[in-house]
Design a protein around this ligand. Structure first.
Ligand code: ADP
Length: 199
């Protein structure tokens, strides 16, 4: 099976684009969702996180307080590395298991932080969703009802557009309207089907 890695900065439109592929019956595996599954109560990764970062990263119900953990490791490169060492090997295993169960010509593996974490070994091609930074900021502020400072802080911590585009085999230019996006996804879908059949 052809595995297309989909990435893009916050607010670039990854979810919007992957929803459109899903409408074409393309299976979507999202590493962010896998990471959430892996830290459900009772999962070994949650126990390891609690050991590494303390039980104050849990809420009253014993669930991982992702916001608190994110705040905790945001400015702490060592802590981030420790967290990645707990999660990334498990994400890889789970992603491979899920992909092995699929029967479609190709699938999308959504890896928001592909440029930062280098999970490129999991995928055959890279599809980057690209948008101007001003547009990313505007969309994030509307979607998350967040202030500009907070949105900008996340954006600045991520890889740059140039770093992501350097990895791209294909690019979705998400600077137009939804109809424009539909046209691009339809063309990419045909391209990926053809590539999958040619393998
Ligand atoms: P990501 O998953 O990359 O963080 P989303 O797909 O959630 O980004 O998009 C961020 C926000 O911007 C969403 O509310 C989405 O509906 C909106 N959005 C995405 N693309 C467009 C577009 N081309 N025109 C208008 N709004 C858009």
């Amino acid at each position: 099976m052809l595995i297309v890695g989909l990435t893009g900065g916050i607010g670039s439109g990854k979810t919007t684009v992957s929803d459109r592929f899903a409408h074409c019956n393309v299976p979507i595996i999202d590493t962010d969702l896998l990471a959430r599954e892996l830290v459900e109560p009772g999962q070994p990764a949650l126990a390891e996180i609690t050991t590494a970062f303390g039980s104050d990263c849990l809420d009253e119900a014993g669930r991982l307080d992702r916001t608190r953990l994110r705040e905790r490791v945001f400015a702490d490169a060592e802590g981030r590395k420790r967290l990645e060492a707990i999660l990334h090997p498990r994400i890889r295993i789970l992603a491979r298991q899920r992909i092995a169960n699929l029967t479609s010509p190709y699938c999308l593996l959504v890896i928001p932080l592909l440029a930062e974490t280098g999970m490129t070994d999991l995928i055959d091609r890279v599809l980057v969703v690209d948008a101007p930074e001003a547009e990313q900021l505007r969309r994030v502020m509307v979607r998350d009802r967040s202030g500009e400072e907070q949105a900008r802080r996340i954006l600045t911590a991520q890889a740059s557009r140039e770093q992501r585009l350097a990895l791209a085999n294909e690019v979705v230019e998400n600077s137009g309207d939804f109809a424009d996006l539909d046209r691009q996804v339809a063309a990419l879908h045909q391209r990926y089907l053809a590539l999958a059949h040619a393998r």
